[in-house]
Ligand binder design. Structure first.
Ligand code: UT7
Length: 328
């Protein structure tokens, strides 16, 4: 068995900022309410001509450059997204073509906000078995296309962006590695966060559009409770499996959903806030992109250093949840 490690990361945020003050003008809310209840000040929104695969390509180019690699070195692409360019073909195929990769294995993965952790685990398996050497794992969303900007329950939360990591086979002498990932799903709670229409159950029709069922529908309070529970459980499972005490973890990188959710996790574990990466104030919740963006920002600004222990913990629609413990 081989070991896998994060070789490099990249991310992309679109230029346009949607501030809480902008949202004040759209729905019955205040900038203060949004900040107090979520920790979000602004989020980024895709330009009308930008699509998810464009975000992926921008993030991937940075990661390739930082790894001193070319698109030809990539053996496989996974794009974690719920807002792909199309239902088919997959966004990963668009990325393969736009980057100019060989005709490699490329697919999208649908696990909402847990998508990056799910994808990281799949990449890890393909490297462990020796099947592939270099895998591009991307989390990317253009959530602004499925958010109802008349619904104050959801439009305050979500933003657009992409983050990625190149996962590579670790050499014998390297101690960087992914130790383990732990993935879960509880479909009985799927109704708490869903996109009701646009799939085989409810195809787009005039009636769907009139009822605005093509947008995200969320039971915020229930999601909140389940989020705190699953983030904690997944993080605990990763630590227990690897017999590593929490004190040894240098950085917790949780899914960026709501600062109050992160604070509840911090309180549960009693960890210093300085050991928790947060981007929520300037990115909002970018679903599958949230963890790789947070990871990339903390690596590029020098907070996360080689050799440090990193714990990723995520939850999302599904309800899905998962964690990964790794040494960067
Ligand atoms: O990646 C996973 C995605 N989803 C999440 O992580 C969402 C998790 N949930 C949340 O982040 C929070 O539940 C929200 C931010 C969505 C809502 O915050 P909350 O503290 O749970 O508010 P609430 O739903 O309990 O509502 C409290 C009050 C209600 O008024 P009443 O019934 O007490 O009179 C709401 O109608 O706040 C009202 N409210 C708002 N007021 C101003 C709800 N949304 C807003 C708003 N501005 N945007």
């Amino acid at each position: 068995m081989y070991r896998s490690r994060i070789r490099s990361t990249g991310s992309y945020l679109p230029e346009k900022k949607l501030t809480n003050q902008d949202i004040e003008k759209m729905v019955d809310t205040t900038a203060e309410w949004i900040y107090e209840r979520t920790g979000i000040k602004e989020r980024r929104i895709a330009a009308p001509n930008e699509v998810t695969s464009d975000f992926c390509v921008e993030a991937a180019k940075l990661a390739l450059q930082r790894a001193n690699m070319t698109p030809h070195d990539i053996d496989m692409i996974i794009v974690a997204t719920v807002t792909g360019d199309h239902v088919m073909p997959s966004t990963a195929c668009m990325v393969q073509a736009k980057l100019g990769c060989r005709p490699i294995f490329a697919f999208d993965l649908s696990a909402a906000c847990t998508g990056f952790v799910y994808s990281l685990s799949i990449a890890d398996q393909f490297i462990k078995t020796g099947f592939y050497k270099n895998i591009l794992v991307i989390g990317a969303e253009v959530l602004s296309r499925i958010v109802n900007y008349k619904d104050r329950n959801t439009c305050i939360l979500f933003g657009d962006g992409a983050g990625c990591a190149i996962i590579t086979r670790a050499e014998e002498h390297e101690d960087s590695q992914i130790f383990s990932s732990h993935l879960y799903a509880d479909g009985l709670l799927g109704h708490l966060l869903e996109l009701p229409a646009g799939g085989s159950k409810l195809p787009i029709s005039q009636e769907v559009l009139e009822q605005e069922l093509q947008y995200i529908n969320m039971k915020g309070k229930e999601i909140f409770k389940n989020a705190v529970r699953t983030l904690v459980e997944c993080a605990e499972t990763a630590l227990k499996t690897n017999n590593i005490p929490l004190e040894q973890v240098d950085w917790l990188v949780p899914h960026q959903a709501n600062m109050r959710i992160t604070e509840a996790v911090i309180k549960h574990f009693g960890i210093p806030t300085e050991k928790v990466v947060s981007t929520i104030d300037y990115t909002g919740n970018t679903s599958g992109a949230s963890i790789p963006i947070a990871l990339d920002h903390a690596i590029t600004d020098g907070r996360i250093k080689r050799g440090q222990l990193i714990l990723l913990s995520a939850f999302g629609a599904g309800l899905t949840s998962g964690s990964s413990l790794l040494r960067y």
